[in-house]
Ligand binder design. Structure first.
Ligand code: SF4
Ligand code: SF4
Length: 340
């Protein structure tokens, strides 16, 4: 790993040259009203590295909300063509917890039957991560993530004063930065570590993350599920904004003329009422409380047991987006601890 240093001004000038060169689409965090979103950058001056959290995570670039998978002419099997289009992208300024979520998404979409639509987009992406410089009232990422985000980042940035310390983690990252006006880093590892941890999380899981799968296993039947479930509106916001939720539905869209059809996949989520409806209209998670429990079990038990990492990265988006103010995992585990 190579560690360099670049002034923020020089980094922004470098990004302007990259945007103009159009070798890849440059995406970064931009301000939208009082919130932040990931969007394509027309100029580096639009980029905001000093943000709390974005409304949606960067998963939208790898698993778009709506994506065409197949095109065909109905009733003509020879016409079926798989669609897998993407263009190279560079995403600048992804917080480490969103990188940790991409690490999980990579696992989910590459195991068993490989999802070529997701994986092609990932192969054509370059990820520039960073450590948060602003607090966020519902973030608890430090109590649920380890270093998995660094396993998918090509470059990590840490802001110190007016400079960015640049850790080059992959050959792709090194190639990307080859024309940047970066110099050898002269900050000590302690200064670097302090800067990374400068912004503390506002929240914390009340138990060690390693204990959660067993803990949930012991609390399958607990009043918490009814307590929160009865307040839930089944709006699905918590799962749609979540960086580690990747469930989708596939639908056929056929023109009325029957001249053309498309198979599309769209985001779906286990908190929506009809998510678990199967043949004959049977819904195997009909109650709000069972859907609420399933979501927490998926994050805290099923995914950790499958992949070895907690299935929630502590971004706080679910808590931010929940009208009923019940979706945040910290709130759920606090309630369980208080009502043993
Ligand atoms: S469950 Fe909530 S806090 Fe955890 S990753 Fe998803 S949106 Fe973020
Ligand atoms: S955002 Fe809140 S109200 Fe909406 S489905 Fe999730 S838990 Fe229920």
């Amino acid at each position: 790993m190579e560690i360099l240093k670049i002034s923020k001004n020089d980094f922004y000038s470098f990004l302007d040259r990259k945007i103009a060169a159009k070798e890849s689409k440059t995406i970064g965090v931009v301000k939208k009203g009082s919130h932040y979103v990931f969007a394509e950058l027309d100029a580096a001056s639009d980029l905001c590295l000093d943000y709390d959290v974005t409304i949606l995570p960067p998963k939208k670039y790898f698993q778009p909300p709506k994506e065409v998978l197949l095109k065909y002419v109905p009733k003509k099997p020879e016409s079926y063509v798989a669609v897998n289009e993407c263009e190279p992208i560079t995403i600048v300024g992804i917080h480490y917890y969103d990188l940790a979520a991409i690490y999980l998404m990579d696992k989910a979409f590459s195991e068993g039957e490989r999802d070529e639509n997701y994986l092609k987009k990932r192969e054509n992406s370059l990820l520039i991560g960073m450590y948060p410089t602003k607090p966020q009232k519902n973030r608890f990422a430090r109590s649920v993530t380890k270093d998995q985000g660094r396993k998918v980042a090509d470059i990590m940035l840490t802001e110190i004063g007016g400079n960015l310390v640049v850790e080059i983690l992959t050959p792709k990252g090194k190639e990307y930065l080859k024309d940047a006006k970066a110099v050898k880093n002269d900050y000590s590892m302690k200064e670097l570590e302090d800067a990374r941890n400068n912004v503390k999380d506002d929240q914390k899981l009340p138990l060690a993350v390693e204990l959660v799968p067993q803990y949930l296993g012991n609390h399958y039947e607990h009043p918490v599920w009814e307590h929160f479930g009865e307040k839930c509106f089944s709006c699905g916001s918590c799962v749609l904004v979540c960086p580690t939720c990747y469930c989708f539905d596939a639908r056929e869209e056929i023109e009325l003329s029957l001249a053309e059809g498309k198979r599309v996949r769209v985001w779906d989520g286990c908190m929506l009422e009809d998510f678990a409806v199967v043949a004959d209209g049977h819904n195997f998670r009909k109650n709000k409380s069972s859907r609420f429990r399933h979501r927490i079990f998926r994050k805290g038990k099923h995914l950790p047991e499958k992949y070895g990492y907690f299935g929630c990265v502590g971004c706080g988006r679910c808590a931010n987006s929940c009208t009923a103010d019940i979706a945040g995992p910290v709130k759920v585990f606090n309630y369980m601890e208080e009502n043993k």
